[in-house]
Design a protein around this ligand. Structure first.
Ligand SMILES: Nc1ncnc2c1ncn2[C@@H]1O[C@H](COP(=O)(O)OP(=O)(O)O)[C@@H](O)[C@H]1O
Ligand SMILES: [Mg+2]
Length: 372
Protein backbone atom coordinates (compact mmCIF):
# COMPACT_ATOMS: atom_id res chain seq x y z
CA UNK A 1 0.00 0.00 0.00
CA UNK A 2 1.17 3.51 -0.75
CA UNK A 3 2.29 5.05 2.57
CA UNK A 4 1.28 8.51 1.33
CA UNK A 5 -2.27 7.35 0.83
CA UNK A 6 -2.54 6.21 4.45
CA UNK A 7 -1.47 9.67 5.58
CA UNK A 8 -3.91 11.19 3.16
CA UNK A 9 -6.88 9.17 4.48
CA UNK A 10 -5.93 9.96 8.05
CA UNK A 11 -5.85 13.65 7.11
CA UNK A 12 -9.34 13.59 5.66
CA UNK A 13 -10.98 11.74 8.56
CA UNK A 14 -9.20 13.84 11.12
CA UNK A 15 -10.87 17.25 10.56
CA UNK A 16 -13.57 18.45 12.83
CA UNK A 17 -16.94 16.67 13.07
CA UNK A 18 -18.70 19.43 11.13
CA UNK A 19 -17.23 18.13 7.87
CA UNK A 20 -17.10 14.41 8.85
CA UNK A 21 -20.83 14.15 9.55
CA UNK A 22 -22.06 15.19 6.07
CA UNK A 23 -19.52 12.80 4.50
CA UNK A 24 -20.76 9.98 6.68
CA UNK A 25 -24.36 10.72 5.71
CA UNK A 26 -23.44 10.83 2.04
CA UNK A 27 -21.75 7.46 2.27
CA UNK A 28 -24.76 6.02 4.09
CA UNK A 29 -27.04 7.44 1.39
CA UNK A 30 -24.92 5.84 -1.33
CA UNK A 31 -24.82 2.48 0.43
CA UNK A 32 -28.56 2.63 1.01
CA UNK A 33 -29.50 3.74 -2.49
CA UNK A 34 -27.32 1.33 -4.45
CA UNK A 35 -27.55 -1.79 -2.29
CA UNK A 36 -28.57 -4.82 -4.38
CA UNK A 37 -31.31 -5.76 -1.93
CA UNK A 38 -34.49 -3.83 -1.40
CA UNK A 39 -34.09 -1.48 1.58
CA UNK A 40 -36.90 0.47 3.14
CA UNK A 41 -37.47 2.70 6.13
CA UNK A 42 -40.91 3.05 7.67
CA UNK A 43 -42.28 4.67 10.76
CA UNK A 44 -43.52 2.50 13.59
CA UNK A 45 -46.92 2.15 11.87
CA UNK A 46 -45.36 0.78 8.68
CA UNK A 47 -45.74 3.99 6.64
CA UNK A 48 -42.90 4.28 4.11
CA UNK A 49 -40.38 7.04 4.74
CA UNK A 50 -37.48 5.99 2.52
CA UNK A 51 -37.00 3.46 -0.28
CA UNK A 52 -33.90 2.62 -2.30
CA UNK A 53 -33.59 1.92 -6.01
CA UNK A 54 -33.90 -1.88 -5.62
CA UNK A 55 -37.14 -1.31 -3.67
CA UNK A 56 -38.68 0.68 -6.51
CA UNK A 57 -37.77 -2.15 -8.90
CA UNK A 58 -39.13 -4.90 -6.63
CA UNK A 59 -42.37 -3.05 -5.91
CA UNK A 60 -42.70 -1.73 -9.46
CA UNK A 61 -43.41 1.81 -8.24
CA UNK A 62 -41.63 5.13 -8.30
CA UNK A 63 -40.33 6.61 -5.09
CA UNK A 64 -42.88 9.42 -5.13
CA UNK A 65 -45.62 6.80 -5.14
CA UNK A 66 -44.08 4.71 -2.36
CA UNK A 67 -43.39 7.41 0.20
CA UNK A 68 -46.20 7.87 2.74
CA UNK A 69 -47.91 4.64 1.66
CA UNK A 70 -48.34 1.78 4.13
CA UNK A 71 -45.87 -1.01 3.29
CA UNK A 72 -48.60 -3.57 4.13
CA UNK A 73 -50.39 -2.37 0.99
CA UNK A 74 -47.83 -4.28 -1.08
CA UNK A 75 -48.31 -7.55 0.77
CA UNK A 76 -50.31 -10.14 -1.16
CA UNK A 77 -53.83 -10.77 0.19
CA UNK A 78 -53.63 -13.29 2.97
CA UNK A 79 -50.06 -12.47 3.95
CA UNK A 80 -50.71 -9.00 5.35
CA UNK A 81 -51.28 -10.19 8.92
CA UNK A 82 -47.60 -11.15 9.28
CA UNK A 83 -46.55 -7.57 8.41
CA UNK A 84 -48.70 -6.16 11.17
CA UNK A 85 -47.60 -8.86 13.57
CA UNK A 86 -44.01 -7.79 12.87
CA UNK A 87 -44.80 -4.13 13.64
CA UNK A 88 -46.58 -5.24 16.79
CA UNK A 89 -43.57 -7.33 17.90
CA UNK A 90 -41.18 -4.41 17.42
CA UNK A 91 -43.67 -2.18 19.26
CA UNK A 92 -43.51 -4.66 22.14
CA UNK A 93 -39.75 -4.24 22.35
CA UNK A 94 -38.43 -6.96 20.01
CA UNK A 95 -35.17 -5.84 18.37
CA UNK A 96 -35.44 -7.95 15.23
CA UNK A 97 -37.91 -9.97 13.26
CA UNK A 98 -37.58 -12.04 10.11
CA UNK A 99 -40.17 -13.79 7.97
CA UNK A 100 -40.93 -15.12 4.53
CA UNK A 101 -43.85 -13.58 2.67
CA UNK A 102 -45.17 -12.53 -0.73
CA UNK A 103 -45.30 -9.02 -2.16
CA UNK A 104 -47.25 -7.89 -5.18
CA UNK A 105 -45.36 -5.91 -7.76
CA UNK A 106 -47.35 -3.13 -9.36
CA UNK A 107 -46.86 -1.07 -12.49
CA UNK A 108 -46.49 -2.33 -16.05
CA UNK A 109 -45.33 -5.84 -15.13
CA UNK A 110 -47.40 -6.86 -12.13
CA UNK A 111 -46.53 -10.17 -10.48
CA UNK A 112 -46.00 -11.76 -7.12
CA UNK A 113 -42.55 -11.84 -5.56
CA UNK A 114 -41.55 -14.32 -2.89
CA UNK A 115 -39.38 -12.47 -0.36
CA UNK A 116 -37.56 -12.79 2.93
CA UNK A 117 -37.86 -9.71 5.13
CA UNK A 118 -35.46 -8.83 7.94
CA UNK A 119 -36.76 -6.07 10.09
CA UNK A 120 -35.33 -4.09 12.97
CA UNK A 121 -35.57 -0.81 14.74
CA UNK A 122 -33.14 1.75 13.32
CA UNK A 123 -30.58 2.68 15.90
CA UNK A 124 -28.34 5.68 16.18
CA UNK A 125 -30.59 8.11 14.37
CA UNK A 126 -31.62 10.66 16.97
CA UNK A 127 -33.39 12.74 14.31
CA UNK A 128 -35.92 9.99 13.65
CA UNK A 129 -36.55 7.82 16.71
CA UNK A 130 -38.82 4.82 16.29
CA UNK A 131 -38.11 4.32 12.60
CA UNK A 132 -37.93 0.79 11.31
CA UNK A 133 -35.47 -0.59 8.83
CA UNK A 134 -36.55 -3.29 6.35
CA UNK A 135 -34.16 -5.41 4.32
CA UNK A 136 -36.11 -7.40 1.75
CA UNK A 137 -34.57 -10.05 -0.47
CA UNK A 138 -36.33 -11.37 -3.53
CA UNK A 139 -36.20 -15.19 -3.41
CA UNK A 140 -38.80 -15.85 -6.11
CA UNK A 141 -36.40 -17.78 -8.36
CA UNK A 142 -34.99 -19.79 -5.49
CA UNK A 143 -38.49 -20.59 -4.18
CA UNK A 144 -39.62 -21.70 -7.63
CA UNK A 145 -36.59 -23.96 -8.04
CA UNK A 146 -37.12 -25.34 -4.53
CA UNK A 147 -40.82 -26.06 -5.17
CA UNK A 148 -39.94 -27.75 -8.47
CA UNK A 149 -37.27 -29.83 -6.73
CA UNK A 150 -39.69 -30.91 -3.99
CA UNK A 151 -42.34 -31.76 -6.60
CA UNK A 152 -39.87 -33.81 -8.61
CA UNK A 153 -38.56 -35.55 -5.49
CA UNK A 154 -42.10 -36.46 -4.47
CA UNK A 155 -42.80 -37.85 -7.93
CA UNK A 156 -39.57 -39.84 -7.81
CA UNK A 157 -40.36 -41.25 -4.40
CA UNK A 158 -43.87 -42.23 -5.52
CA UNK A 159 -42.49 -43.78 -8.71
CA UNK A 160 -39.91 -45.68 -6.66
CA UNK A 161 -42.59 -47.07 -4.33
CA UNK A 162 -44.71 -48.06 -7.35
CA UNK A 163 -41.74 -49.81 -8.91
CA UNK A 164 -40.97 -51.64 -5.68
CA UNK A 165 -44.59 -52.70 -5.36
CA UNK A 166 -44.53 -54.04 -8.93
CA UNK A 167 -41.27 -55.94 -8.46
CA UNK A 168 -42.43 -57.38 -5.14
CA UNK A 169 -45.68 -58.61 -6.72
CA UNK A 170 -43.82 -60.01 -9.75
CA UNK A 171 -41.42 -61.87 -7.48
CA UNK A 172 -44.31 -63.32 -5.54
CA UNK A 173 -46.20 -64.32 -8.65
CA UNK A 174 -43.48 -65.66 -10.93
CA UNK A 175 -41.04 -67.22 -8.45
CA UNK A 176 -43.98 -68.25 -6.27
CA UNK A 177 -45.60 -70.15 -9.14
CA UNK A 178 -42.36 -71.87 -10.10
CA UNK A 179 -41.80 -72.91 -6.50
CA UNK A 180 -45.32 -74.32 -6.30
CA UNK A 181 -44.64 -76.30 -9.47
CA UNK A 182 -41.38 -77.55 -7.95
CA UNK A 183 -43.15 -78.69 -4.77
CA UNK A 184 -45.77 -80.48 -6.87
CA UNK A 185 -43.00 -82.12 -8.90
CA UNK A 186 -41.28 -83.39 -5.77
CA UNK A 187 -44.55 -84.75 -4.48
CA UNK A 188 -45.24 -86.45 -7.84
CA UNK A 189 -41.83 -88.18 -7.65
CA UNK A 190 -42.62 -89.45 -4.16
CA UNK A 191 -46.01 -90.70 -5.34
CA UNK A 192 -44.53 -92.37 -8.45
CA UNK A 193 -43.71 -95.47 -6.57
CA UNK A 194 -41.43 -96.98 -3.97
CA UNK A 195 -38.08 -95.17 -4.20
CA UNK A 196 -34.67 -96.21 -2.88
CA UNK A 197 -33.87 -94.75 0.56
CA UNK A 198 -30.96 -92.67 -0.83
CA UNK A 199 -33.27 -91.04 -3.41
CA UNK A 200 -35.84 -90.27 -0.71
CA UNK A 201 -33.14 -88.54 1.37
CA UNK A 202 -32.12 -86.55 -1.68
CA UNK A 203 -35.74 -85.53 -2.25
CA UNK A 204 -35.99 -84.34 1.38
CA UNK A 205 -32.95 -82.12 0.83
CA UNK A 206 -34.42 -80.70 -2.41
CA UNK A 207 -37.72 -80.13 -0.61
CA UNK A 208 -35.95 -78.21 2.19
CA UNK A 209 -34.04 -76.08 -0.32
CA UNK A 210 -37.29 -75.24 -2.10
CA UNK A 211 -38.90 -74.20 1.21
CA UNK A 212 -35.87 -72.06 2.08
CA UNK A 213 -36.01 -70.40 -1.32
CA UNK A 214 -39.69 -69.63 -0.84
CA UNK A 215 -38.91 -68.04 2.54
CA UNK A 216 -36.07 -65.97 1.08
CA UNK A 217 -38.18 -64.72 -1.82
CA UNK A 218 -40.97 -63.83 0.59
CA UNK A 219 -38.52 -61.89 2.83
CA UNK A 220 -37.01 -60.05 -0.12
CA UNK A 221 -40.40 -59.10 -1.53
CA UNK A 222 -41.60 -57.96 1.89
CA UNK A 223 -38.53 -55.82 2.37
CA UNK A 224 -39.09 -54.24 -1.04
CA UNK A 225 -42.74 -53.48 -0.41
CA UNK A 226 -44.84 -55.42 2.10
CA UNK A 227 -48.20 -56.41 0.64
CA UNK A 228 -49.66 -55.79 4.10
CA UNK A 229 -48.97 -52.08 3.68
CA UNK A 230 -51.27 -51.95 0.66
CA UNK A 231 -53.79 -54.54 1.72
CA UNK A 232 -54.11 -54.14 5.49
CA UNK A 233 -52.63 -50.73 6.28
CA UNK A 234 -49.84 -49.19 8.31
CA UNK A 235 -50.74 -50.69 11.66
CA UNK A 236 -50.66 -54.28 10.45
CA UNK A 237 -47.59 -53.79 8.24
CA UNK A 238 -45.57 -52.03 10.94
CA UNK A 239 -46.69 -54.60 13.52
CA UNK A 240 -45.32 -57.44 11.34
CA UNK A 241 -42.16 -55.48 10.66
CA UNK A 242 -41.42 -54.90 14.35
CA UNK A 243 -42.20 -58.52 15.26
CA UNK A 244 -39.98 -59.91 12.45
CA UNK A 245 -37.22 -57.48 13.31
CA UNK A 246 -37.32 -58.56 16.95
CA UNK A 247 -37.07 -62.25 15.98
CA UNK A 248 -34.16 -61.60 13.62
CA UNK A 249 -32.17 -59.36 15.96
CA UNK A 250 -33.11 -60.94 19.27
CA UNK A 251 -33.83 -57.46 20.67
CA UNK A 252 -36.96 -57.00 22.74
CA UNK A 253 -39.36 -54.77 20.78
CA UNK A 254 -42.67 -53.38 21.92
CA UNK A 255 -45.24 -52.20 19.39
CA UNK A 256 -48.23 -49.99 20.14
CA UNK A 257 -50.66 -48.21 17.94
CA UNK A 258 -53.38 -45.78 18.83
CA UNK A 259 -56.23 -44.36 16.76
CA UNK A 260 -55.28 -46.00 13.45
CA UNK A 261 -57.91 -48.70 13.22
CA UNK A 262 -60.99 -46.58 12.44
CA UNK A 263 -59.82 -45.20 9.09
CA UNK A 264 -56.85 -45.72 6.75
CA UNK A 265 -54.34 -42.87 6.52
CA UNK A 266 -53.55 -41.41 3.07
CA UNK A 267 -51.34 -43.92 1.29
CA UNK A 268 -48.27 -41.64 1.01
CA UNK A 269 -48.45 -40.97 4.76
CA UNK A 270 -48.62 -44.70 5.48
CA UNK A 271 -45.66 -45.36 3.20
CA UNK A 272 -43.63 -42.51 4.70
CA UNK A 273 -44.16 -43.59 8.30
CA UNK A 274 -43.53 -47.24 7.41
CA UNK A 275 -40.20 -46.35 5.77
CA UNK A 276 -39.23 -44.23 8.79
CA UNK A 277 -39.90 -47.15 11.16
CA UNK A 278 -38.01 -49.50 8.81
CA UNK A 279 -34.92 -47.27 8.57
CA UNK A 280 -34.94 -46.49 12.31
CA UNK A 281 -35.05 -50.23 13.12
CA UNK A 282 -32.24 -50.90 10.63
CA UNK A 283 -30.16 -48.23 12.36
CA UNK A 284 -30.87 -49.70 15.78
CA UNK A 285 -29.77 -53.15 14.59
CA UNK A 286 -26.63 -51.68 12.99
CA UNK A 287 -25.48 -49.13 15.52
CA UNK A 288 -27.41 -48.97 18.80
CA UNK A 289 -26.57 -52.15 20.78
CA UNK A 290 -30.00 -51.69 22.35
CA UNK A 291 -31.72 -54.05 24.76
CA UNK A 292 -35.22 -52.62 24.43
CA UNK A 293 -37.02 -50.88 21.61
CA UNK A 294 -40.45 -49.26 21.60
CA UNK A 295 -42.34 -48.35 18.44
CA UNK A 296 -45.49 -46.25 18.80
CA UNK A 297 -47.81 -45.18 16.01
CA UNK A 298 -50.60 -42.76 16.67
CA UNK A 299 -53.02 -40.28 15.28
CA UNK A 300 -54.15 -37.19 17.14
CA UNK A 301 -54.86 -33.48 16.61
CA UNK A 302 -54.80 -33.89 12.83
CA UNK A 303 -51.33 -35.49 12.87
CA UNK A 304 -50.06 -38.99 12.29
CA UNK A 305 -47.05 -39.72 14.45
CA UNK A 306 -44.41 -42.44 14.58
CA UNK A 307 -42.01 -42.72 17.51
CA UNK A 308 -39.12 -45.20 17.58
CA UNK A 309 -37.18 -45.27 20.81
CA UNK A 310 -34.19 -47.38 21.83
CA UNK A 311 -32.08 -47.65 24.98
CA UNK A 312 -28.81 -48.15 23.11
CA UNK A 313 -25.51 -46.26 22.97
CA UNK A 314 -27.00 -43.14 21.31
CA UNK A 315 -24.89 -40.71 19.31
CA UNK A 316 -24.07 -37.05 18.96
CA UNK A 317 -26.20 -35.67 16.09
CA UNK A 318 -23.65 -32.88 15.50
CA UNK A 319 -20.89 -35.43 14.93
CA UNK A 320 -22.66 -37.31 12.18
CA UNK A 321 -24.07 -34.33 10.23
CA UNK A 322 -23.27 -35.42 6.68
CA UNK A 323 -21.27 -33.07 4.51
CA UNK A 324 -20.16 -33.77 0.95
CA UNK A 325 -16.59 -32.93 1.99
CA UNK A 326 -16.25 -35.47 4.78
CA UNK A 327 -15.74 -38.83 3.18
CA UNK A 328 -16.83 -40.76 6.28
CA UNK A 329 -20.29 -39.15 6.19
CA UNK A 330 -20.91 -39.25 2.46
CA UNK A 331 -22.70 -42.60 2.38
CA UNK A 332 -24.86 -41.96 5.42
CA UNK A 333 -28.17 -41.41 3.77
CA UNK A 334 -30.48 -43.11 6.26
CA UNK A 335 -31.28 -40.19 8.55
CA UNK A 336 -31.13 -37.73 5.64
CA UNK A 337 -33.46 -39.88 3.57
CA UNK A 338 -35.89 -40.20 6.46
CA UNK A 339 -36.00 -36.44 6.94
CA UNK A 340 -36.42 -35.82 3.22
CA UNK A 341 -39.32 -38.26 2.96
CA UNK A 342 -41.12 -36.77 5.95
CA UNK A 343 -40.59 -33.21 4.68
CA UNK A 344 -42.02 -34.15 1.29
CA UNK A 345 -45.39 -34.97 2.86
CA UNK A 346 -45.31 -31.72 4.85
CA UNK A 347 -44.14 -33.27 8.13
CA UNK A 348 -41.20 -32.92 10.49
CA UNK A 349 -38.60 -35.36 11.78
CA UNK A 350 -37.02 -34.94 15.19
CA UNK A 351 -34.08 -36.97 16.42
CA UNK A 352 -33.38 -36.92 20.12
CA UNK A 353 -30.05 -38.56 20.71
CA UNK A 354 -27.20 -38.25 23.15
CA UNK A 355 -24.16 -40.43 23.73
CA UNK A 356 -25.00 -43.19 26.16
CA UNK A 357 -28.64 -42.23 26.48
CA UNK A 358 -30.38 -43.95 23.59
CA UNK A 359 -32.07 -42.53 20.56
CA UNK A 360 -35.62 -41.43 19.81
CA UNK A 361 -36.85 -40.73 16.30
CA UNK A 362 -40.14 -38.85 16.03
CA UNK A 363 -41.92 -38.28 12.72
CA UNK A 364 -45.04 -36.08 12.62
CA UNK A 365 -47.10 -35.68 9.47
CA UNK A 366 -50.09 -33.32 9.24
CA UNK A 367 -53.07 -35.09 7.74
CA UNK A 368 -54.81 -32.19 5.96
CA UNK A 369 -51.75 -30.76 4.23
CA UNK A 370 -50.62 -34.11 2.89
CA UNK A 371 -50.84 -34.11 -0.90
CA UNK A 372 -53.18 -36.50 -2.66
N1 LIG B 1 -30.42 -45.71 16.87
C1 LIG B 1 -29.14 -45.32 16.77
N2 LIG B 1 -28.26 -45.57 17.77
C2 LIG B 1 -26.96 -45.20 17.69
N3 LIG B 1 -26.44 -44.54 16.64
C3 LIG B 1 -27.25 -44.24 15.60
C4 LIG B 1 -28.63 -44.62 15.60
N4 LIG B 1 -29.19 -44.17 14.45
C5 LIG B 1 -28.21 -43.56 13.78
N5 LIG B 1 -27.03 -43.60 14.45
C6 LIG B 1 -25.77 -42.98 14.07
O1 LIG B 1 -26.04 -42.07 13.01
C7 LIG B 1 -25.26 -42.36 11.87
C8 LIG B 1 -26.00 -42.03 10.60
O2 LIG B 1 -27.07 -42.92 10.36
P1 LIG B 1 -27.57 -43.13 8.88
O3 LIG B 1 -27.78 -41.79 8.28
O4 LIG B 1 -28.74 -44.05 8.91
O5 LIG B 1 -26.34 -43.80 8.13
P2 LIG B 1 -25.77 -45.30 8.24
O6 LIG B 1 -26.77 -46.13 8.99
O7 LIG B 1 -25.61 -45.73 6.82
O8 LIG B 1 -24.44 -45.18 8.95
C9 LIG B 1 -24.90 -43.80 12.02
O9 LIG B 1 -23.69 -44.12 11.36
C10 LIG B 1 -24.77 -43.95 13.54
O10 LIG B 1 -23.49 -43.50 13.95
MG1 LIG C 1 -28.82 -46.15 8.44
Amino acid sequence: MDPNETTHVADVSAPDAVIAEPIRRLRYQEAFEFAPDCQLVTDRHGILVEANHAATVLLGSRKEFLINKPLGLFAVEGSRARFYECLWRLGQGALMDAFETRLSRRGDNPHEAHVVARVGERFGDPTAPGTIYWLIRDITQWRRAEDARAFLQLRLTTAQEDERRRIARDMHDTVGQTLTALALGIQALRDAGPLPQATLCRLDVVQRLADELAGQVHDLATRLRPTALDDLGLEAAAGHLVADWSVHTGVNADFQSDGLTAERLPSEVETTLYRVVQEALTNIAKHARARRVAVVLGRNDGYAVAVIEDDGIGFDPEEIAPTPRRADTRDRLGLLGMRERVTLVGGTLEIEAALGRGTTVIARVPLQAAPG
